[in-house]
Design a protein around this ligand. Structure first.
Ligand code: FES
Length: 56
């Protein structure tokens, strides 16, 4: 599933990002540009990030 349409960031990409040590929205913003365009994906991205960290 695509989380950030503007920057083509999938749920899978966020999972991979967490695997490589990212743990905050700020990390996702800096490294994947999540939420840096229209910002509509922020809530969904935060939820995916949370679920991903909880699974670890
Ligand atoms: Fe992520 Fe627009 S959908 S910034």
């Amino acid at each position: 599933m695509i989380v950030c349409v503007c920057n083509n960031v999938s749920e899978k990409k966020i999972h991979h990002a967490v695997d490589t040590g990212m743990s905050t929205m700020s990390d996702l913003r800096t490294h994947l540009n999540v939420g840096t365009c229209c910002g509509k994906c922020a809530g969904c991205a935060r939820q995916v990030l949370r679920e991903c960290i909880a699974k670890k």
